[in-house]
Ligand binder design. Structure first.
Ligand SMILES: *Cc1c(COP(=O)(O)O)cnc(C)c1O
Length: 399
């Protein structure tokens, strides 16, 4: 039975390897942090981590760990249920309230992941009479969510408000319209032009959905995301996000926004109705996260300082950096092979990064993506820049 299919898979896998696109997973043997140890052939190796979404350095935060431990002791390990049957504890409701307070929204619904939040967002709300106008560089989970919905699809060029307006004009043919965009685009680090998007939404009678996965905790003076950056707190109908990046780095996703939208998702959103509740300990650590981030601005300030410091040093060293308004710093190398050689050489220097090339980024746009964290020390950032300069000279990227 399996023989033919096995042969087929083996060939496909070989094809992926031959194209140099096979993903090998590197094994970390410490908690996730700015300094980690990875397993290597010659034994474990200390590296400085520049490729986690651990923007606020909360992935190994003692207060979050303690909150999780305590709640596991008081409320057990798992829920063994979806929310609407018997999977809701007070902890889940408290976390939803904390998220609503953080974003200034009316209500929040939790999911197992933001992938689920986006996957289950559009189909319950819109029909074939409606339209979704989606940024071309939106995350895979938004693309999949749009695919699961029967609404008419329009796509506009990344962050291009003129193109968005063209699509909105066409979408006047439909009953309701929603513009869907990432808050920060994770390959470049640019933010969406939410102010202009919001203006166009008003002009063309559209709703707006923003995925704040890479922007919440990061963007805006106090890290409240793109709605803070553009002074649009409480104005956007739908925000989705993850607890898996800046907000602790564990798991969990959410949709937050207008009350009736959230209510309808609780009734009809399939990943919510048919998938397990997040464990109480994760919800408790989530509550602690929002408590920390509203207690003071230490982590957000440190992240902004660190990002500014790193990007300035890299530009001064002569690297070609994509314009960024986030904690993502795309070091442009353009050539795919060079990006892989560069990343490997950096790893030799104890700097942990990933090189991205086609099809993850456009053809001829290969790069190394650096993600800065509040957890990085000055010394770690300096070592990172020094290693980039050393490898850059060796590989003739810098003169
Ligand atoms: C990471 C990410 C997601 C997925 O989040 P998970 O909670 O890990 O599923 C969704 N959207 C965007 C824009 C992301 O960057």
């Amino acid at each position: 039975m399996y023989t033919d299919f096995q042969k087929h898979l083996q060939q496909e896998l070989q094809g992926i390897k031959d194209a140099g696109l096979y993903k090998n997973e590197r094994i970390i043997v410490t908690p996730q942090s700015s300094g980690i140890r990875v397993a290597a052939a010659e034994g474990e190796k200390e590296v400085i981590n520049f490729c986690a979404n651990n923007y606020l350095g909360l992935a190994d935060n003692p207060e979050l760990i303690e909150a999780a431990k305590q709640r596991m002791d008081s409320r057990g390990y798992g829920m063994a249920s979806v929310r609407f049957i018997c999977g809701t504890q007070d902890t889940h409701k408290q976390l939803e309230k904390a998220i609503s307070d953080f974003f200034g929204t009316e209500d929040t619904i939790l999911y197992a992941a933001c992938f689920d939040a986006n996957g289950g967002l559009f189909e319950p709300l819109l029909t074939d009479e409606d339209a979704i106008i989606s940024d071309a560089l939106n995350h895979a989970s938004i693309i999949d969510g749009v695919r699961l919905c029967k609404a008419v699809r329009y796509r506009y060029k990344n962050g291009d408000v003129a193109d968005l307006e063209e699509q909105l004009k066409k979408a006047q043919a439909q009953r309701f319209r929603i513009i869907a965009t990432d808050g920060v685009f994770s390959m470049d680090g640019n933010v969406c032009p939410l102010d202009k998007i919001y203006e166009l939404a008003k002009k063309y009678n559209a709703l707006v959905m923003v995925d704040e996965s890479h922007s919440a905790g990061v963007v805006g003076k106090t890290g409240h995301g793109v709605t803070e950056l553009y002074n649009l707190r409480g104005q956007i109908e739908v925000i989705t996000g993850t607890l898996g990046k800046a907000f602790g780095g564990s798991v969990g996703g959410f949709t937050t926004g207008r009350k009736e939208i959230i209510d309808m998702l609780r009734q009809r959103s399939r990943p919510y109705l048919f998938s397990n509740s997040i464990p109480p300990m994760i919800a408790a650590a989530g509550i602690k996260t929002f408590e920390l981030l509203t207690r003071d601005n230490t982590l957000q300030d440190r992240l902004h300082e660190n990002t500014g410091y790193f990007v300035t040093k890299m530009k001064a060293a002569g690297f070609d950096i994509k314009p960024t308004q986030s904690a993502i710093c795309a070091v442009m190398l353009y050539d795919a092979r060079l990006s892989q050689e560069f990343a490997a050489a950096l790893q030799e220097e104890g700097i942990y990064v990933t090189g991205f090339y086609y099809p993850v980024v456009p053809q001829g746009q290969a790069r190394i993506r650096v993600q800065v964290s509040a957890a990085h020390t000055r010394e770690q950032l300096d070592k990172g820049v020094a290693a980039f300069v050393k490898v850059g000279k060796k590989l003739n990227v810098l003169k």
